[in-house]
Design a protein around this ligand. Structure first.
Ligand code: ADP
Length: 266
């Protein structure tokens, strides 16, 4: 067996797609994450809940290397994120390595962050053609299938400014999926939307969850967490306070901090 095959086998056998160990993040003197341990299995949907400022977004941004770790380690698909170990020493990864790692993770933001000068279709084909060098024709066919999946095939030629917030967010989801990521990160994807547009985005996310996409979702939508999450993780003040099956944590929280939070969001 070649080394590559062996490596592939190891990856396959490791059911954890994401493994974070003792993750610490400081912004100046502000210790935002104080030793977070979290694993996410392949195909698992994990909702990250917790009060504003508890470090949820920062944790997602660390996985996607939009921030650098102060301490701890994160592995995605068995590979250390941002750093590598060579001959017993840690080295910062080279940019091309970081770009490769990031290309395997899709991220959807609170504010849709679409390219304003490109149509919906243009937004979705951009990364596959520029980063993956996929032909325009193949990328367009794939993008149309994704726009169809999010219910926007008829809006392919519209610009973001011509779309509602819910439609823009669905384009953003299609754009992230176009890179065929191993992992999808959602950072409060519905919190910037008018209430009547939240449902259409959650419907797409439910479909993805049901289809086996590995997802970490920061959300205040308790209904979504209850129905779509395999596990919910409650964070407060930079630590994981409790985690478990959504029904256990949401209906019978053990910790006072979780109870207080749930009383407030319900
Ligand atoms: P949450 O997503 O749970 O609301 P965040 O991860 O956004 O929490 O923020 C956690 C803390 O980190 C907050 O106190 C916030 O002000 C701080 N923080 C986040 N990003 C930065 C940054 N780039 N620079 C300085 N402080 C930051």
């Amino acid at each position: 067996m070649s080394a590559a095959q062996e490596h592939g086998e190891q990856r396959h056998q490791d059911r954890h797609l994401v493994k974070a160990v003792n993750v610490i993040k400081h912004f100046g003197h502000n210790e935002v994450l104080k030793g977070v341990d979290l694993t996410v299995d392949r195909g698992e949907v994990v909702c990250l809940l917790g009060p504003s400022g508890s470090g949820k977004t920062t944790f997602l941004r660390l996985i996607n290397q939009m921030e650098t770790l102060t301490g701890g380690r994160i592995w995605v698909d068995g590979e250390l994120i941002g750093i590598e170990e060579r001959k017993g020493k840690l080295h910062v990864r080279k940019d091309s390595d970081i770009a490769r790692q990031r290309s395997r993770i899709g991220m959807v933001f609170q504010r849709f962050n679409l390219f304003p000068h490109m149509t919906a279709l243009g937004n979705v084909v951009e990364a596959p053609t520029k980063v993956k060098k996929i032909s325009k024709a193949a990328a367009t066919a794939e993008a149309m299938a994704l726009l169809e999946m999010v219910g926007l095939a008829d809006r392919a030629r519209y610009y973001p400014s011509q779309l509602s917030g819910g439609q823009q967010q669905r384009v953003a989801i299609a754009r992230a999926l176009a890179m065929k990521p191993d992992l999808m990160l959602f950072d409060e994807p519905t919190s910037a939307l008018d209430p009547e547009l939240v449902g259409e985005v959650l419907t797409v996310m439910r479909e993805l969850a049901a289809g086996g996409t590995t997802m970490i979702v920061v959300t205040h939508e308790m209904g979504f967490a209850r129905e779509a999450a395999d596990r919910v993780v409650f964070m407060d003040a930079g630590v994981v306070v409790e985690e478990g099956n959504p029904n256990e944590v949401l209906l019978n929280p053990r910790h006072e901090r979780t109870k207080t939070f749930l009383r407030r969001v319900k």
